[in-house]
Design a protein around this ligand. Structure first.
Ligand SMILES: Cc1cc2nc3c(=O)[nH]c(=O)nc-3n(C[C@H](O)[C@H](O)[C@H](O)COP(=O)(O)O)c2cc1C
Length: 187
């Protein structure tokens, strides 16, 4: 059976370069890996413990938790906003971090990649995302990184799937994450 990787994107805009990077991951995934692109992070309300209670959890949050729970691994694809994680992605991580100790990310292999306009490719945001999911209990693949600088210029005309340097490095991340998920499943 294929290893299922769920991709969560930290940008909501239609023309998002990170969304395109996630689309590239879907397209280049090797045969034994199925990469899915999650839609609907914009409909998940801000995390609030008052509504994270039996009978009150918003449907969009339940859908997100179920999707992450069913995946063998999660790939976060994010730009950097003001030196850190975009709120939409942090909100998703917060929902996935609860119930405490038993959230959908618990023990789940997670890798973080992304592209941003700055010269470091959003590495602060991606490092922060790693920190947050680690605290949420994920099995973070610290060695599987990809931070692509100059998003707005580099991908102005070029889809990441048509950028050989990107697809080569992204393939390493996907294969490494899938291998980690397989190893976790067989422990
Ligand atoms: C609110 C906001 C804050 C940003 N802050 C940063 C930043 O701190 N570092 C950076 O490299 N780029 C920053 N950028 C530029 C983004 O990295 C760039 O627009 C990126 O392509 C956005 O991702 P997307 O194309 O997936 O929407 C910021 C953009 C916005 C809209």
């Amino acid at each position: 059976m294929a290893v299922r990787i769920l991709t969560l994107v930290g940008s909501l805009r239609a023309g998002s370069h990170n969304r395109r990077l996630a689309e590239a991951a879907v397209q280049i995934a090797p045969e034994h890996v199925e990469v899915g692109l999650y839609d609907g992070l914009d409909t998940v309300p801000f995390y609030n413990e008052d509504i994270d209670a039996e009978g009150s959890v918003p449907a969009a949050a339940t859908k997100l938790r179920e999707a992450a729970g069913e995946a063998d691994a999660v790939l976060l694809v994010s730009p950097e906003y003001n030196g850190t994680i975009p709120a939409v992605l942090k909100n998703a991580i917060d929902w996935l971090s609860r119930p405490y100790g038993a959230g959908a990310l618990s023990g789940k292999p997670v890798a973080v990649v992304g592209t941003a306009f700055g010269q470091y490719g959003g590495v602060w945001a991606q490092d922060e995302a790693r920190k947050a999911v680690k605290i949420a209990g994920a099995d973070v693949a610290e060695d599987l990184t990809l931070s692509i600088p100059g998003s707005v210029v580099r991908f102005a005309e070029l889809h990441p799937v048509d950028d050989p340097e990107v697809t080569e490095k992204l393939t390493v991340v996907i294969e490494g994450l899938a291998a980690r998920a397989t190893a976790t499943a067989t422990v």
